[in-house]
Design a protein around this ligand. Structure first.
Ligand code: ADP
Length: 542
């Protein structure tokens, strides 16, 4: 017998309609590419989204068409998320920090019919134009006429909107319809596309709103510092209006001073981003002696959160929660929120829990398997590759059968490529990416653990550990350090610090200093580049 409950489709447009109707005066404040803050309400936002939807239809965009964006986190990008998906088309956010080759590949692979481009990225598009699809038209995200570039442009974004009114009903269609497309940067091979549906996006927004996940309420002022071109801004542009929270979009300026000024002027209570951003922000707070008067919590994910970062922010009265996820997972899979039983622990023991990647949100199934595919116990010791499955996790890559076959099992389990343990309380901990693993004398050495310990040294800004081939042990760890301006920690002092936490055989044989560590387009330390820099071939796992 089936239940007798309404099967209203889970459509993204219903989120903004809900916000406009029941949180109509909640604000969206956005730092524009031009500089000033643009401010309006969810009610105003939906009106402009409807105009944009009509403009898209007038430009011939229909169901399933891909529409690309090359844009910072601003109100216009927010409007594109909803208007494009709202008419059944697919919002393809493009990471402008990718290499030219990768951008050309993904725009052609996605077959984008239209590109919405911030004025700062017009020169990029001009350079790539000869290699983009011939029928791909370009709209500048600007007022009036866009600055002249050697490109034929459609009327500007604001001109298109001014030509429409907001008398529009969002259409209804199957909730499984594709809504957004995001490519993973991928350290090897071509980028691969994760194609989110309306259903997956709405369910992900529900799940991340839960208190132990990200937790978003109508009393929050939320700022996704993670750009809207990276995995849908971690879903915050959906979760904030769903809950009636004020949304603050930071535009292009993500340095410590600019973020501080924005957080203070807009009253941000909660911000989300990668550790690199937060390390920069903390260093700004420490060196300037400034205090945040409203900021209470940070969610940090994308790479491991060093425990020293949690402690440093605690001194500023700010809680850091670690999250883990992937482009293929919309992205959120786990958070390291404490359980009631952890309250009794001393601060160091609590920190050890918070330093793990965390426990899964309801909806995310997880298992670890060894090289033969056998499930491993959740004992906090047995290590294996993490496999995940769930309603906001990919079932395959967009138009890429080979990549799908390599990553997704026939029964839906997706190979994350992360080597992990899961403890009896359900907390997952990453030792390494599969391709970064260090195996010395048959034993694992976690590069993440060593890196976290090294950044705890006051003179270290960032640290990376890579495997160096070794005739006797197979591989040995090499520690590469970028120091804080004007500092250079002594090799001995650094190794001594590590020796307090690790057995001797795990300690790096060498320490090297560099000016700066190379980063990927998503802000992670680029280990492939480091291996090239140090002339290290890496055969295993790649
Ligand atoms: P890309 O592959 O484009 O860099 P993703 O954001 O999809 O971007 O990367 C996902 C990977 O990032 C995960 O598989 C994991 O290895 C790493 N990662 C994400 N969050 C964390 C975290 N909190 N700690 C350690 N690694 C993380």
């Amino acid at each position: 017998m089936l239940g007798m409950m309404s099967e209203r489709p889970l459509l993204i447009s219903s989120i903004i309609t809900h916000a406009a109707t029941f949180h109509g005066d909640a604000e969206v404040a956005s730092r524009t590419v031009e500089g000033p803050i643009q401010r309006y309400t969810y009610r105003d936002a939906e009106r402009r989204m409807k105009r944009l939807a009509k403009a898209l239809l007038r430009l011939g965009i229909g169901r399933g068409d891909r529409v690309g964006t090359l844009a910072w986190s601003t109100h216009r990008h927010f409007e594109l998320y909803y208007a494009i998906s709202g008419i059944g088309a697919v919002c393809h956010t493009i990471n402008p920090r990718l290499f030219d080759e990768q951008i050309v590949y993904i725009v052609n692979h996605a077959a984008d019919r239209l590109l919405f481009v911030d004025s700062t990225f017009l020169p990029l598009v001009e350079r790539l134009a000869p290699r983009l699809p011939r029928d791909c038209r370009i709209v500048a995200l600007a007022e009036g006429e866009a600055p002249p570039v050697g490109l034929p442009l459609l009327p500007s974004y604001e001109t298109l909107l001014a030509g429409e009114d907001d008398a529009f009903e969002w259409p209804e269609f199957d909730e499984r319809t594709a809504a957004a497309l995001c490519y993973t940067s991928g350290t090897t091979g071509h980028p691969k596309g994760a194609l989110y549906s309306h259903r997956s996006t709405v369910l992900h927004a529900f799940a991340e709103s839960l208190p132990d996940a990200i937790g978003v309420s109508a009393r929050d002022v939320v700022c996704p510092v993670v750009p809207l071109f990276h995995v849908c801004g971690w879903g915050i542009p959906f979760a904030a209006p769903m809950n009636g929270a004020k949304l603050v979009l930071p535009g292009p300026r993500l340095d410590g001073a600019s973020l501080y000024e924005l957080f203070e002027s807009e009253g941000v209570t909660y911000a989300l981003g990668v550790p690199t951003i937060w390390l920069g922000f903390e260093s700004y707070l420490s060196s300037s002696g400034k205090r945040c008067s409203t900021l209470q919590r940070l969610l940090s994910g994308g790479s491991a959160v060093p425990p020293s970062m949690v402690t440093a922010f605690a001194c500023h009265g700010i809680e850091v929660r670690q999250g883990w996820g992937m482009t293929e997972m919309s992205p959120l899979g786990t958070t390291a929120a404490l359980k009631a039983k952890h309250r009794a622990l001393d601060p160091q023991a609590q920190l050890a829990v918070q330093a793990k990647q965390g426990r899964p949100l309801y909806g995310v199934e997880m298992k670890i398997v060894d090289d033969e595919g056998h499930a491993q116990p959740h004992d906090g010791k047995s290590m294996g590759e993490l496999l995940v499955r769930g309603p906001w996790i990919i079932s395959g890559y967009f138009a890429d059968e080979a990549a799908t076959r390599a990553a997704v099992e026939p029964d839906g389990w997706f190979h994350t490529g992360d080597m992990v343990t899961i403890d009896p309380d359900g907390y997952m901990q990453i030792a390494d990416r599969r391709k970064d693993v260090i195996k010395s004398g048959g034993e694992w050495i976690s590069s993440i653990d060593l890196e976290n310990a090294a950044v705890a040294h006051q003179d270290v800004a960032e640290a990376a550990v890579i495997a160096v081939p070794d005739a006797r042990w197979g591989e040995r760890p090499l520690l590469i350090v970028a120091s804080r301006p004007g500092c250079r920690p002594e090799r001995e002092a650094l190794l001594e610090l590590l020796a307090r936490q690790f057995p001797k055989w795990m300690l790096p044989d060498e320490v090297v200093w560099v000016e700066e560590l190379p980063h990927t387009a998503t802000g992670k330390i680029m280990k492939t580049r480091l291996r090239e820099m140090f002339g290290i071939p890496k055969s295993s796992g790649q």
